[in-house]
Write a protein that binds this ligand. Structure first.
Ligand code: FES
Length: 120
């Protein structure tokens, strides 16, 4: 079933639009002209994962002198659960620390200017 989640114009980059569907809440994100939708339930302890911050992914480069330089990515982002800080890849929903766990994702379809979430 397709559920309306506003229009494309309602979306700012990396700011979720939350929609209620039955007894659940779904968060829809726009990032680089793509849309991603996740159930707002954290696989860790069922916290409201999508109501936390969006943070750049912490990455590292190994320098020629073999030292490691960490930096915060401006290209890859995570959804950080507000309860215990688990971070999920914004583009896949996978938990960065353990990819066996992920946010439940939904397909998003743009019909005209309408953002539609497929809840099946
Ligand atoms: S409930 Fe989300 S990190 Fe614990």
């Amino acid at each position: 079933m397709l559920v309306r989640a506003g229009t494309v114009a309602d979306y700012d980059e990396l700011k979720p639009v939350l929609i209620d569907y039955n007894d659940d809440r779904i968060a829809v994100y726009k990032f680089q002209d793509q849309f991603f939708a996740y159930l707002d339930i954290c696989p860790h302890q069922l916290g409201p994962a999508c109501e936390g911050l969006i943070v750049g992914n912490t990455e590292a480069d190994i320098l020629p002198d073999k030292t490691v330089k960490e930096f915060v990515s401006t290209e890859k982002y995570n959804i950080a659960c507000p309860w215990h800080g688990a971070e999920f890849d914004l583009e896949t929903g996978k938990w960065r620390s353990d990819e066996r766990y992920r946010l439940k994702s939904y397909r998003v379809e743009i019909i005209g200017n309408e953002v539609m979430v497929d809840t099946l």
